[in-house]
Design a protein around this ligand. Sequence first.
Ligand SMILES: [Zn+2]
Length: 472
Amino acid sequence: MNTLLQKNWPWLVAAGLIVLWLLSTAVKFEPPVTDTRPIGGEEDILKLAERDDVNVLFVLVDTLRADRLGTYGYARDTSPAIDRFFSTGVRFDRHLSQSSWTKSSMASLWTSLYPTRTGVTRYEHVVADEAVMPAERLREAGFRTVGIYRNGWIAPTFGFNQGFDVYTRAPRRKMNPSVRAKNPTISDTGTDEDTVAAGIEFLRVSGHDGRFFLYMHLMDVHEYLYDEESAIFGGTQSDMYDSSIRWTDGTLDVLFAALDEFGLAENTIVVVTADHGEAFRERGIEGHARAVYRETTEVPFLLSFPFRLEPGLVIPTRTEGVDVWPTIFDLLGLDLPDESDGTSRLPEILAAASGEPIPDSETNAFAMLDETWGRPPTMESRLRVAVTDGNWRYLRSPGRGKNGEAMEELFDGENDPAELRNLAEEEPERVERLRAIADANLEARPSWGEAPKREIGELELNQLRALGYAIP
Ligand SMILES: [Zn+2]
């Protein structure tokens, strides 16, 4: 605590946020005409671990499906800025989030542990102090750590502020009148423009004052929020979701431009990923936090380096949320977590950058959701699980069988990309093998015993309900 007080920058950030709030006008940057970053390759990636100037800018776009981004092959032009910015980085083509519910998925993303091993599976669960979060490790390594968020599930009261020097909601500015939103409560909680403006203010004031880890958790896609200019895809739920991605992409364009403007593009690793996707009645289910099919668990994982790689590098290997931080730690030359369900994907990145064949490190990936996450703690858990293996995906949903037993499904993603044709009865051996993997993962427990719990007050519950969550 002493050392924190001796440093002046957290107070500069606070001052910056206040100034921002007073001004309540957007800081606008024109996108750079040219990318100022040098050309780089495999050697430069390896050298990142020895550099003492590399920052991490981590953007989490809540509720963002991979297959709705241009760079992942979507036909609509939802994401021109993201597509452009990461075109000279690396795109992970098949990336699974560990859950379809923010809190559980984020706990796994930060700790590199599956939900059964974080113990964070229900609404009263808190990330344990014993869990080692990236902000803690980076602060120890000399980074200044700043998190800006709007989603109540990742509030400090749930343990998500561990290691952050500053962990705050962005001050809400006057909202752009052309912004529309499905959710009328948005006028109380602001928009991602607030979050990004606060992040930019941090970069401006303090971006060159030593190394930083800046985490921004964006929520406008979750809220289906967009402005008139982005409303170009029609009026269905799914169309509005696309418009919201387009709007968010514009917000990120401002952030990327600021990075360049402040001369930080040449020493910052940029990450864009998501906590889960969103369903649009592909199989009768809407929204997220209800099941773990492909539409709510296949998310983007995009990396950009302080230099430009050859355009269009793609890593086809199956990856998952628990791999993200082992990969970043490896890039930075930091030790991998002692306890981890994830794998560093640095070997795949190096292979892609040097034009070598990507190593055949196909692994299983695991996602789960406790369907009873929002129910009283006395109610017995009902766990939905998914295991992917290559193009195959096995799912088990409790109580959904004909006679109330668990329903098992098996999909062949290669020949059935929408994953609608259940092949479980035709492939009993494959089902048996993937079922065993699911069961083994379900048996894992936190090394610290169990997740701490806390009472959630009615006010906080109402704030969470306002996000659209059906908490009784
Ligand atoms: Zn979420």
